[in-house]
Design a protein around this ligand. Sequence first.
Ligand SMILES: [Zn+2]
Length: 133
Amino acid sequence: MTTDERRQVRLRANERCEYCQMRQQDEAWSRFHVEHIIPRKHKGGDDLGNLGLCCQHCNLHKGSNLSGFDPSTGLMTRLFHPREDVWGEHFSVVGLEILGCTAIGRTTVEVLDMNSVKRMSFRQALREAGDLK
Ligand SMILES: [Zn+2]
């Protein structure tokens, strides 16, 4: 992966985590990762179609997972794919919470632990500072 490709991924994502939508500028101490949406261990390539921008929290929870169990149905479901899926079709934001609107959304929220106490507290702090967009 070249420096230029990393730059392209950051620009395409508008410097936001493509999973939880956190802005890089709000986590300036932790450079967001350019990640393999389909991990290398599952034969995911280095092409731009398989790269996404991911905050540290989401990337550490995603790891090499491709799927999880939908908390509503218990059915195994694939995770959100930033290149193939539209964020607004799978997630919504209510208050400080990111809600999954579909099986893919619910499963991704669950596996990436998007509404952990720590993440909710962080969003609360950003909101109080007037910075949560
Ligand atoms: Zn994230």
